[in-house]
Design a protein around this ligand. Structure first.
Ligand SMILES: Cc1ncc(COP(=O)(O)O)c(C=O)c1O
Length: 430
């Protein structure tokens, strides 16, 4: 160690100690459970190597690693940019951001021509809502029960779970949440007036891989569009072929003014998010680009990754369909083998949720998975669900391995609970 700086390779105990002291004790605790005392060291494809030498299968990473870790095309594109000009002056025009914007608009079929780049998903949720309010002169937003849109103050107002609002009195945006089983809900809210936008995730990720009923989404979107409210599809988690399509909303022909993308948009290598939208929604930014800007918006390193990432996603899209079918069949077998414990399977494409009867049952399975070497993502809004997010680069053998590990982990969790892992209705399953 020199000048008090950490050395490049730290031992795990030191990492957890620093995490506890300088970041969060609870993050240290959950990280320690997930790695069984080891920390992440390197990643390649769908495997992550830990500090104790183990290699684990990554079907988690909160939906970022759709292309796995360090996809070679993306890494090469980012390296080239690193060696040329990683940072923009922000006063001279930047060709990398311009190319990425054109590439992204073209990828979505050139129906939504305008782009704003952020780094996190919440960045573009916020800009979409801000533009909708300025462009419409209205202030209310309709979002959906169970939806997740981020945790910064504006995005948080759209996120349904009260968990992340503890200690806050009120939010930055006036939002009403509607029930996805109620086709009339949006029309009712529009009737009450002052609605700037309708925002929904076509497939809710953090809520446990819940695909919203398409008929309801169509009716809501058409009602909103007819009343001059902007329709915004948050596909930060479900878009970019995670659920099969480049954009779920556009593929279904919903009349959307904007699609929000993030997570794997930087190829799993760099942070990048985007609002891709109509001229009408973007009009305030056309009039004044400084109405909303951020120092690192359109960052060259992130934008350099985008064309490579989209190219790789398209190359692997067919394989994604096969993996999804194989995974679906495997999960169905698991459900049949553990009928008392697995209460429901949900999801679409490479975004799958396995619902357990209680949070305790889901937690036991996640712990067993950590020991057996399969990384999954819990759901921020639904503690009974274990979410699987396999990357497009996974092979059929990887999916077989994941299904076997999962099956074994559920069996071990059942046995170690002495046959008393709570089953359906919360009763002990024997
Ligand atoms: C649908 C959706 N929107 C927005 C967000 C917020 O993204 P970020 O955490 O990058 O701000 C997420 C994150 O999980 C998400 O799933």
């Amino acid at each position: 160690m020199s000048a008090g700086l950490p050395t490049a390779v730290d031992d795990a105990a030191e990492v957890f100690d620093r995490l506890r002291r300088h970041l969060s004790p609870k993050l240290a605790l959950t990280g320690s459970f997930a790695g069984r005392g080891a920390v992440e060291v390197s990643g390649e494809g769908c495997r992550v190597t830990l500090s104790d030498g183990r290699s684990v299968l990554d079907f988690g990473s909160y939906a970022v690693t759709l292309l796995g870790h360090r996809h070679p095309d993306v890494v090469a594109a980012v390296h080239r940019q690193l060696d040329t000009m990683p940072t923009s002056t922000r006063s001279l025009a930047n060709p990398v951001a311009a190319r990425a914007a054109a590439c992204l608009a073209g990828y979505l079929g050139d129906v939504l021509p305008k782009v704003y780049f952020g780094l996190n998903g919440a960045d573009v949720v916020e800009v979409a809502v801000k533009l909708a309010r300025v462009a419409s002169g209205r202030s209310r937003v309709i979002a959906v029960s169970g939806g997740f849109h981020g945790k910064s103050l504006g995005a948080l107002a759209l996120t349904h779970s009260p968990l992340y609002r503890v200690g806050l009195r009120g939010c930055a945006v006036d939002v009403v949440h509607v029930d996805p089983q109620d086709p009339d809900a949006v029309l009712r809210e529009l009737g009450a007036g002052d609605v700037a936008a309708l925002v929904f995730e076509p497939v809710q990720g953090e809520n446990g891989a819940v695909a919203l009923p398409l008929g309801v989404l169509r009716r809501w979107s058409e009602d909103a569009a007819r009343h001059g409210a902007f329709v915004i599809a948050d596909e930060i988690q479900c878009g970019l072929r995670r659920c099969g399509e480049r954009s779920v909303a556009l593929a279904e022909g919903l009349p959307v003014d904007a699609v929000l993308l993030g997570k794997p948009l930087g190829g799993g290598v760099v942070p990048l998010s985007a609002l891709v939208c109509s001229e009408r929604l973007y009009a305030p930014l056309d009039a004044d680009p400084f109405l909303h800007s951020a120092t690192f918006g359109g960052h060259p390193l992130s934008c350099a990754a985008l064309p490579a990432a989209l190219g790789a996603i398209e190359e692997l899209a067919g394989q994604g369909g096969e993996l999804s079918d194989q995974l679906g069949a495997g999960l169905e077998r698991i459900r049949q083998r553990h009928p008392g414990v697995v209460s429901e399977l949900r999801g679409r494409g490479l975004l799958r949720g396995i619902d357990f009867a209680t949070p305790r049952a889901a937690g036991s399975v996640v712990l067993e998975l950590a020991t057996a070497g399969l990384l999954v993502s819990p759901c921020l809004g639904r503690p009974t669900t274990v979410r699987l997010l396999p990357p497009l680069v996974a092979t059929a053998a990887d999916v077989t391995e994941a299904v076997e590990i999962l099956d074994g982990a559920i069996a071990v969790a059942e046995r170690s609970a002495g046959g008393s892992l709570p089953g359906r209705n919360g009763h002990a399953h024997t």
